[in-house]
Design a binder for this molecule. Structure first.
Ligand SMILES: NC(=O)c1ccc[n+]([C@@H]2O[C@H](COP(=O)([O-])OP(=O)(O)OC[C@H]3O[C@@H](n4cnc5c(N)ncnc54)[C@H](OP(=O)(O)O)[C@@H]3O)[C@@H](O)[C@H]2O)c1
Length: 260
């Protein structure tokens, strides 16, 4: 089965690469999401993938806010052109679009499900949401996975919010579930992928970074943030959060693929 994964150098894409080493991972030099539609079409036509897992995106909230045109070109048009090219390259290409919990208002008590109305708060989440809508407008086998994840490494900032919440997945667990859902070809539409534990970001940070300092959204200046990022689902229960460090190796998924 030919699987193409975008964003293969990113946090999620790198974990997917461990599970699907035989998939195609074009670099930005080989497939830039901001390229003209015809150029993206030519690349995809040449590869003709059966499944596309689209993780590539401009993800920095401040970066998107500073350069909304680039965010729009990457997250909206890039996603649309890639999905459209995939649809045209073969009659039943499956397109899996990784989206975010930040498409919602973030108003407590959170726990947004697949039918909750979206209300993006910043350019990043707005472009991710419009990307979703563009994918949904195409008549193809597509799945939108809204999720939220962190790495098992040190918290990337010196402080973490006590008044911002999430039911995160660890990125390796998220990758495993994204791959599983991508292979379930009958599953189409929108689905939320979330962890079993909801806590403040300060709590999450403490788990890997004991020296982390607490802070409040009142002290923050920058693009508006989604305060409560917790997800729920009308389709699927939470993925059990596993705080075990270091993580044991997963049963390789290629075993399942080759064994089919
Ligand atoms: N991180 C989170 O907490 C989170 C939460 C929910 C959803 N998501 C979604 O999950 C997906 C993966 O996120 P991540 O955190 O793994 O992202 P990331 O670490 O920021 O990596 C982004 C990836 O996208 C690629 N990319 C960016 N602009 C591109 C362009 N113009 N053309 C081609 N590739 C481009 C980057 O390639 P280069 O190496 O060339 O820069 C990189 O591989 C994204 O769709 C994101 O919206 C993330």
């Amino acid at each position: 089965m030919s699987i193409l994964v975008t964003g293969g150098t990113g946090k999620l894409g790198s974990e997917i690469r461990k599970l699907l080493p035989d998939a195609i991972y074009p670099t930005r030099a080989e497939l830039d999401l901001t390229w003209l539609k015809s150029r993206i079409h030519d690349v995809i036509k040449g590869l003709s993938p059966e499944i596309v897992i689209h993780c590539g995106a401009m993800t920095g909230i401040r970066e998107c806010d500073t350069n909304p045109a680039l965010a729009y070109a990457t997250n909206v048009w890039g996603s649309y052109n890639l999905a459209n090219a995939s649809n045209l390259s073969s009659s039943n290409t499956r397109f899996v679009y990784v989206s975010t919990a930040c498409v919602f208002s973030g108003k407590p008590p959170g726990h947004f499900n697949e039918n909750s109305p979206a209300l993006p708060k910043n350019v990043y989440s707005l472009t991710k949401y419009i990307g979703e809508k563009f994918i949904e407008s195409l008549d193809m086998n597509s799945l939108i996975i809204r999720t939220n994840f962190i790495t098992r490494g040190k918290w990337p900032y010196p402080k973490a919010f006590v008044d911002r919440w999430a039911n995160y997945l660890y990125v390796d667990d998220c990758a495993r579930e994204v791959v599983r859902l991508a292979l379930e070809k009958h599953l189409v539409g929108r689905i939320h992928l979330y962890g079993s534990e909801k806590a403040s970001l300060y709590h999450w940070a403490k788990l890997t970074t004991p020296e982390i300092q607490p802070c409040s959204l009142k002290e923050y200046s920058g693009p508006e943030l989604t305060q409560d990022m917790s997800l729920s689902s009308i389709i699927m229960g939470p993925i059990m959060t596993d705080h075990y460090f270091p993580r044991p190796e997963h049963v390789p998924l290629e075993w399942r693929l080759h064994g089919e």
